[in-house]
Design a protein around this ligand. Structure first.
Ligand code: CA
Length: 95
């Protein structure tokens, strides 16, 4: 019984686990369909992981992403890193 109760206690944690950024290489199609950098709102440098040369905004994917877990609050909060990675061709917006 005790074991069963601890199993239920852990279930919410499993449901809340966040995935790291998708660092897989971009396909030719993804690269071709990237909008111009001037049309993207990168937000501000207001997050906890700014200026570490990895994009920490979960709206993006590609080799320029961080591998650390991302949360909703990381959106629009790592502008300089994400812009630089995007300009290097290492990011695309996740549709
Ligand atoms: Ca960053």
């Amino acid at each position: 019984m005790r074991r069963l109760l601890s199993l239920f206690a852990l279930m919410p944690l499993a449901a809340c686990s966040f995935e790291g950024g998708d660092r897989s290489p971009l396909s030719e199609n993804e690269i071709a369909q990237r909008p111009d950098v001037s049309t993207i709102n990168f937000g501000e440098d207001s997050g906890d992981f700014t200026n570490d040369d990895e994009c920490d905004d979960p709206r993006f994917k590609g080799p320029g992403m961080t591998s650390t877990p991302l949360m909703e609050e990381d959106e629009l909060a790592d502008a300089s890193d994400c812009r630089a990675a995007y300009e290097r061709g290492e990011l695309a917006l996740i549709p």
